[in-house]
Write a protein that binds this ligand. Structure first.
Ligand code: SF4
Length: 76
């Protein structure tokens, strides 16, 4: 029951539950300076690390996150 509610919130509302509730992608600012790769991956080009980031993961700096194939900044 609780699992179904959480899954619905994640699917419909864009919430992600982990140790703490994360902000919705809709409220977040899409990052600049990145390119889209295959299988939902993106490559951030903001700094010289040029991180290849899989969906649901963050770059080395931990402030840029791939959500469903789009890169978001977590610090706006
Ligand atoms: S360290 Fe951060 S800003 Fe630099 S390329 Fe990686 S994700 Fe982008």
């Amino acid at each position: 029951m609780l699992y179904d509610i959480i899954r619905k919130l994640e699917e419909v509302e864009g919430y992600q539950f982990g140790r703490k509730l994360k902000r919705r992608s809709l409220d977040m600012k899409e990052a600049l300076f990145y390119t889209v790769e295959d299988k939902g991956k993106v490559q951030c080009r903001l700094c010289n690390n040029h991180c290849h980031i899989k969906p649901g993961k963050r770059g080395i700096c931990r402030v840029r996150e791939n959500r469903d194939g789009k890169l978001y900044s977590l610090v706006y």
